[in-house]
Design a protein around this ligand. Structure first.
Ligand SMILES: Cc1cc2nc3c(=O)[nH]c(=O)nc-3n(C[C@H](O)[C@H](O)[C@H](O)COP(=O)(O)OP(=O)(O)OC[C@H]3O[C@@H](n4cnc5c(N)ncnc54)[C@H](O)[C@@H]3O)c2cc1C
Ligand code: FES
Length: 279
């Protein structure tokens, strides 16, 4: 029986450089049976043990509809992520989880889905995008809005280019600044991601919204969504806090009476507005 509190050994099978300091790692369990059995929901995270460095919480960026490998996208920001970035295919790490709640994929069934990603926030939302597309008949219209600093910072470039060509999802991409030829080829739209929200052609009362990006943007995205008629109760955001245990024991991730690791990381917009220090 798989024990979610015990790290399982995983091997790196692929490493993709997505953008400066951002790599996507693919893992398989050494225990073959787990590769079929292990599952998660979009928005959940794992605790990854980086040898000789420690554990880090990382969102799962692959979809549970595509079994066999677990994919994590990691930005190099400090010691543990630096050690991880120096690792090679074939190296062995520990992984426990999945932990936390997920985007409400069951509630979203039968409704429109609007996905709003900023920067590295595309990682957990990539899991949701593929989940919804792989179960496309269960959802109405699907929109993806994605904003980054510039083209260089865009994650999953080829994948997102291909998504734009599909007719079962509508994708709007924006850059803070459109300067280089690469920027222009990616999108002509320049500005903040909030400026894309009025362009979305959906019935707001019949739409669930999933948001992940820099927490500073949440207030503005939330306000723009409400202004455009979206319902606070149907908007869900992903939050990050420093974590140690990942299972509600250590209190490191506590905000008010909520533990981000078990009550989150996905919270309704209402919580983030009404509970102190959420964002
Ligand atoms: C639920 C969850 C999901 C996450 N998903 C991802 C992901 O998909 N990809 C990814 O690259 N990172 C993700 N992170 C953040 C990642 O865990 C940290 O960047 C990592 O632990 C940093 O470790 P480090 O030793 O390299 O850097 P540290 O030396 O520990 O930190 C470097 C800098 O990053 C800041 N920092 C570290 N952890 C956090 C945090 N949790 N929230 C805000 N600031 C932090 C520190 O204050 C410091 O300024 C996630 C965090 C959480 C809680
Ligand atoms: S990380 Fe320990 S309680 Fe949340």
């Amino acid at each position: 029986m798989h024990d979610p509190f015990k790290p399982q050994k995983v091997r790196i099978t692929d490493i993709e450089e997505l953008a400066p300091d951002h790599k996507k790692f693919s893992f398989v369990f050494l225990e073959d049976e787990l590769n079929e059995k292990w599952s998660h929901k979009p928005g959940q995270f794992v605790m990854l043990t980086v040898p000789k460095a420690g554990e880090i919480p990382i969102s799962i960026c692959s979809s549970p509809t595509r079994k066999g490998t677990i994919e994590l996208t990691v930005r190099k920001v400090g010691r543990k992520t630096e050690v991880l970035h120096s690792m090679k295919c074939g190296d062995i790490l520990g992984l426990r989880g999945p932990y936390g709640n997920s985007f409400p994929v069951d509630l979203m069934e039968g409704h429109n889905v609007l996905i709003i990603a900023g920067g590295l926030g595309m990682a957990p939302l990539r899991s949701l995008v593929w989940y919804v597309l792989d179960k496309r008949e269960k959802y109405k219209e699907v929109y993806l809005l994605y904003g980054t600093r510039n083209y260089e910072a865009v994650l999953y470039k080829d994948e997102l280019r291909r998504l734009k060509e599909r007719d079962d999802i509508r994708c709007l991409y924006i850059l803070d600044r459109v300067e280089t030829e690469d920027d222009k080829a990616w999108t002509e739209k320049e500005g903040l991601i909030t400026s894309l929200i009025p362009e979305v052609d959906l019935d707001p009362s019949d739409t669930y919204v999933a948001v992940c990006g820099p927490p500073v943007a949440y207030r503005f995205i939330g306000a723009e969504l409400i202004k455009n008629g979206y319902q606070e109760s149907k908007v869900f955001v992903s939050l990050e806090r420093k974590m140690e245990c990942g299972v509600g024991k250590c209190g490191h991730c506590q905000v008010g009476y909520k533990f981000t690791c078990v009550d989150g990381p996905i919270f309704p917009l209402w919580d983030t507005k009404n509970l102190p220090k959420m964002i």
